[in-house]
Design a protein around this ligand. Structure first.
Ligand code: AMP
Ligand code: FES
Ligand code: ZN
Length: 314
């Protein structure tokens, strides 16, 4: 099969756009989708200092590469979760990418070590606080992403969530009508108060399959294996359901998530009042100073339980 844009051989069929691209047209398409996302949602400019959360997976490494190629000032943060082989492998990939691609472009890699800072790896922390590993992991990652971005004066925090991730999360939130989460499902969340970094997702227009093809064709070496912890089992089910719908009817995922965003945009005054509501409910956590709506923030509460559990076991 031929590329729809040039005479080259196509390497990827894209039923949702009823097209097929060769290597260089696919590369251009993917970079262009990222650029459109950045512009459409006014995510950041070339003047801003950007912090990309990189896990070593295809999405975040691809995103870091594209931002650098597009001329943005993007440093990265890797959170080493201390999950034995998986974390070692991920860190190796991130460090190699930084050395070979990012540092030569003037970018920097920051690393947060959970074992050193939180006193134990994710698995042990989760056992100490009697919570599922993935939710313990989510709390720590969200907290550290925000803390590092704010403390080091980055203008915006960027993650590699893609169309599959966002459509699956939307499906989960709609199935349970979790309205408070629905209002925060856009690809760009403003820095609602002092201490909360702006958060954006420039890959929301691209599917996992398109990003994987880009990474392979552009020789981005990423960790293929998934985290060995039961990784949000429900999310995997939602993704599977959406993939089945997509193969029956190409374009379903995009119509579902983008359609949601269009409706959100029309109802903008409501979402503004949401961030105003956030502002009035938030205050600095008495332990760490980061904004929270609770007495003590979720992270500090969790770390308090970790030290209690450690003390009572000695
Ligand atoms: P996931 O929830 O694992 O699909 O990850 C979603 C996004 O969060 C990734 O694309 C990264 O931007 C970020 N992320 C996940 N894990 C890490 C990590 N260990 N260190 C830094 N960023 C991460
Ligand atoms: Fe957090 Fe697996 S990535 S527990
Ligand atoms: Zn706190």
């Amino acid at each position: 099969m031929r590329c729809r844009k040039c005479p080259q051989r196509a390497v990827l069929q894209m039923p949702r756009h009823n097209t097929a691209f060769c290597r260089s047209c696919l590369t251009e398409f993917v970079r262009n989708q990222v650029y459109r996302a950045i512009k459409k949602h006014k995510m950041f400019t070339t003047q801003d200092r950007i912090l990309v959360a990189v896990s070593g997976g295809k999405d975040s490494l691809t995103l870091w590469e594209i931002l650098l190629k597009l001329g943005y000032r993007a440093d990265a943060l890797y959170v080493d979760l201390g999950i034995e082989r998986y974390s070692e492998l991920s860190r190796e990939k991130v460090e190699r990418f930084a050395k070979e691609v990012a540092i030569p472009c003037g970018a920097k890699l920051l690393v947060h070590h959970v074992k050193e800072q939180e006193g134990a790896g994710i698995r042990e922390l989760a056992t100490l606080v009697h919570r599922p590993t993935c939710s313990t992991c989510g709390t720590i990652k969200r907290y550290q992403f925000n803390r590092v971005a704010v403390e080091r004066d980055y203008d915006v925090m960027v993650t590699g969530h893609n169309l599959d991730d966002e459509a699956a999360r939307l499906l989960g939130n709609v199935l349970r009508w979790q309205e408070e989460y629905l209002q925060k499902q856009g690809p760009s969340l403003p820095a609602s108060v002092e201490g909360f970094a702006k958060k954006v997702k420039p890959l929301y227009r691209l599917t996992e399959r398109e990003i994987a093809a880009y990474a392979v064709l552009n020789r981005i070496d990423y960790v293929v294996e998934e985290c060995p912890m039961a990784k949000g089992a429900k999310m995997l089910v939602y993704k599977d359901v959406l993939n089945r719908l997509e193969s029956e009817s190409p374009g379903t995922k995009q119509a579902f998530y983008w359609g949601f965003l269009e409706r959100e945009e029309k109802a903008r005054p409501t979402s503004l009042s949401m961030s105003e509501a956030d502002q009035s409910a938030l205050h600095p956590c008495p332990t760490c100073g980061q904004p929270t709506t609770a007495n003590v923030c979720t992270y500090c509460k969790m770390m308090g339980r970790v030290s209690e559990a450690k003390t009572s076991s000695t």
